[in-house]
Design a protein around this ligand. Structure first.
Ligand SMILES: [Mn+2]
Length: 431
């Protein structure tokens, strides 16, 4: 673990919470989560559950405190031994490490003197109760000269400010996650054929990720063939793929805590049919145009509006919508075929902190931000005015984009998406 990197982050964090105390839980292993809370990982570098970090600027010197659950004899047998308190202190660089069951007692101590409590409510209700009760009991001490955290500050807003710009180590980790994901795509494009089950491709992708040392996927893999490609969060992955299908694969490796998130759609037979190609090219053109606009200073929401404009224009050209483009946009007619946002921030969380706005203020792209760009079209028959040749075609194309000083870099550009490149690649190994 690179402790200086995390120490620097905590230094920045301390600047954001003057006269404050922050509580950042790792989350509980008992919840069956795969990964600890991302804010906790970001500030401590510890990839561990059942631990709470407390960061305080209420006293002269900023303080970094951990509450750690040591394993008892039974847990050592069933789950293996966790680090001892001494080992955690060494590994984390914390000023002090207390046993987790001392949390209640210590909260009162560390809340004293802080004006603001930074915390995210409604994630862990047991912890909420503990934290709020400790604060309440201090606020009620009317006959003592106690300063208690009168204000509750939103920890998420502080974290967003820090996490929305990626440091070079974070970008390097995302690049690694992207490389591993690219390998999974190379394998999947070779192996996915009519007659193969979707879960076989899921297994292949998971194999590539684990073999490369990833803890797992950034999110449950979507292996959606044929009509399943029109289901946005399809997760059964149990269909036998057939001749003539498009396969929509939406997967991402999580490497050293950082996520990749990539979607490609390709014809299993190796060649797009004319209607598949028409829809595919509409999505690809929109995706490339949107990416070309990304640079510092541009509003983040602009890329979504641009994608809607381009896709609506194509839907009219394809005969899937009738009318004037601006009126169709006004009426949100495109939502029949394009019902999700065009991208999201990417980092430790696959849907990382960041959005179109921050507290009502329009967010603009800045160097170091990483976002996905993932327009799509999903055509279900029965939707009014759908020509039959387009029925059940689902296409999404998603890349991971790093905003640079001059413009942007497509981190996932080694994974083919051009029609010719895909057809050429798919022709190899197919008769
Ligand atoms: Mn995505």
């Amino acid at each position: 673990m690179q402790t200086t990197q995390f120490k620097n982050r905590r230094k920045q964090f301390f600047c954001e919470i003057p006269h404050g105390v922050a509580i950042i839980p790792a989350g509980s292993a008992a919840e069956n989560r795969l990964y600890p809370n991302s804010d906790f990982i970001y500030l401590t570098g510890l990839e561990e559950f059942d631990c709470v970090a407390l960061l305080s600027t209420a006293r002269k010197k900023p303080q970094y405190i951990l509450f750690w659950k040591e394993s008892d004899e039974k847990q050592k047998i069933w789950e293996g031994a966790r680090m001892t308190i001494k080992e955690v202190k060494e590994a984390s660089g914390a000023d002090r490490v207390f046993p987790l069951d001392k949390l209640t007692q210590q909260l009162a101590e560390y809340f004293t003197g802080a004006e603001t409590l930074y915390y995210t409510l409604n994630i862990d209700q047991n912890l909420d109760r503990l934290v709020l009760q400790s604060r309440d009991s201090l606020l009620k001490q009317k006959y003592m000269p106690t300063i208690a955290p009168a204000t509750i500050g939103e920890l998420g807003l502080v974290m967003e400010k820090l996490r929305v710009h990626k440091e070079k180590e974070e970008i390097a980790a995302i690049r690694q996650a992207v490389d591993i994901t690219a390998e999974a795509y190379a394998r999947a494009m070779r192996e996915a054929k009519p007659g193969v089950y979707e879960y076989e491709i899921e297994a292949l992708v998971s194999y590539v990720f684990r073999r490369a040392g990833c803890l797992g996927s950034s999110f449950p893999p979507i292996v959606a063939s044929g009509a399943n490609a029109t289901v946005l969060h399809y997760k059964h992955n149990n269909r036998r793929m057939a001749q003539g299908d498009l396969l929509l694969l939406d997967v991402g490796a999580k490497y050293h805590n950082y996520c990749a998130d990539v979607t490609r759609t390709w014809p299993l037979s190796g060649k797009f049919t004319p209607p598949q190609k028409a829809v595919y090219q509409a999505v690809l053109a929109a995706q490339k145009a949107v990416i070309a606009q990304i640079k510092p200073g541009v509003e983040v929401q602009a890329f979504h509006h641009q994608a809607i404009f381009l896709l609506t224009t194509s839907l009219v050209e394809l005969g899937l919508l009738q009318g004037k483009v601006d009126e169709l946009i006004e009426q949100k007619a495109y939502e029949k075929f394009y019902m999700h946002k065009t991208g999201h921030f990417l980092g430790i969380d696959v849907h990382d902190l960041g959005g179109f706005f921050l507290q009502g203020n329009t967010r603009r792209f800045e160097p170091g931000m990483v976002v996905t760009v993932e327009p799509g079209l999903y055509i279900r028959p029965g939707t009014e005015g759908v020509p039959p040749q387009f029925a059940w075609i689902g296409v999404r194309i998603e890349d991971d984009i790093l905003v640079t000083a001059e413009g942007c870099e497509v981190l996932t550009d080694k994974i083919p998406k051009e029609v010719e490149a895909l057809e050429e690649l798919l022709a190899c190994g197919r008769v």
